[in-house]
Write a protein that binds this ligand. Structure first.
Ligand code: BTN
Length: 280
């Protein structure tokens, strides 16, 4: 392929910002939409914008991230042109104990957005989206509390869209998935992002209008591991195993263990009863 063709192909594979903006109309999440070819981390950039007073609903996306961050200090591999890497800013008027629900709200929005595009995505409580049992997307929500103003929550989403196995580091290959790996077909990243942002808007609107009840029901419908599954959860240095029995009002996972029901607010949950379940 000559150099010009390679450049054109690269340009074609970029997000179509104009189409994306048009598809979102005046919806809250995405009414301010910033697009970058490369950023260290979209979460970091939105945090900086929040400090400069940018409004709720601001979205930042990048074609690649050079220092993409995952949960618990991990790296989120973000090669150019194959994934979706974006973050949005929320300033919710809600008590602090309900903020974890925003991660679940995002998980529902991403799952529904993917389902609208034909992918059978499931939620792995609380931060991951699975396709065929492999992790195809992750969520990183970071909150800054401010005196006498609503908290500022930066929610970052990474979706593996057109990654092949070679895009993932060797230690992740067995567990990492992508839309392309699930179907054998490349996906239109603009259409997938548009669908996810539309569903995120719908979820946030419903959540603000009706509270957590409908959200918890939506999560339970998309998260088979939350009801009747045998799981192992790592909580810092402690590991518990038991059967899941739904979610509490702030989104905590209920796990029936031999010593009683535990409400798990955060942690790594894995299907299976052993203490040697894989991490990540
Ligand atoms: C995880 O599963 O560990 C969470 C991954 C979150 C990755 C996204 S990509 C866009 C945003 N910017 C970041 O640096 N991280 C999040």
């Amino acid at each position: 392929m000559d150099e010009l063709k390679a450049v054109e192909q690269d340009r074609d594979s970029r997000i179509d910002k104009v189409a994306l903006r048009k598809s979102l109309g005046e919806r809250l999440i995405g009414h301010r939409l910033l697009y970058f070819l490369s950023l260290p981390s979209t979460n970091r950039h939105v945090r900086e914008l929040a400090e400069d007073g940018w409004p709720e609903g601001t979205v930042v996306m990048a074609e690649e991230q050079t220092a993409g961050r995952g949960r618990t200090g991990r790296t989120w591999h973000s090669p150019p042109g194959v994934g979706l890497y974006f973050s949005f800013l929320l300033k919710p008027q809600m008590p602090i104990e309900k903020i974890p629900l925003l991660t679940l709200m995002t998980a529902v929005g991403v799952a529904r957005g993917l389902r609208d595009c034909g992918y059978a995505a499931e939620i792995k409580w609380p931060n991951d989206l699975l396709l065929g049992g492999r992790k195809a997307a992750g969520i990183l929500a970071e909150t800054r509390l401010r005196p006498s103003s609503p908290p500022e929550v930066v929610v970052g989403v990474g979706v593996n869209v057109n990654q092949g196995e070679a895009h993932f580091p060797p230690d992740l290959r067995a567990r990492a998935g992508s839309l392309k790996l699930a179907t054998g077909r490349a996906a239109d990243r603009t259409a997938v992002l548009s669908s996810i942002l539309q569903e995120l808007n719908a979820e946030y609107e419903t959540f603000r209008a009706t509270g957590e009840g409908a959200l918890i029901d939506a999560v339970l419908g998309l998260c088979p591991m939350a009801r009747g599954a045998t799981v192992t959860v790592t909580l810092g240095r402690e590991t518990i195993s038991g059967q899941t029995s739904g979610l509490g009002p702030t989104g905590a996972l209920r796990v029936a263990t031999p010593s009683g029901v535990r409400e798990v607010h955060a942690g790594e949950a894995h299907l299976g009863g052993g203490t040697d379940a894989p991490r990540g």
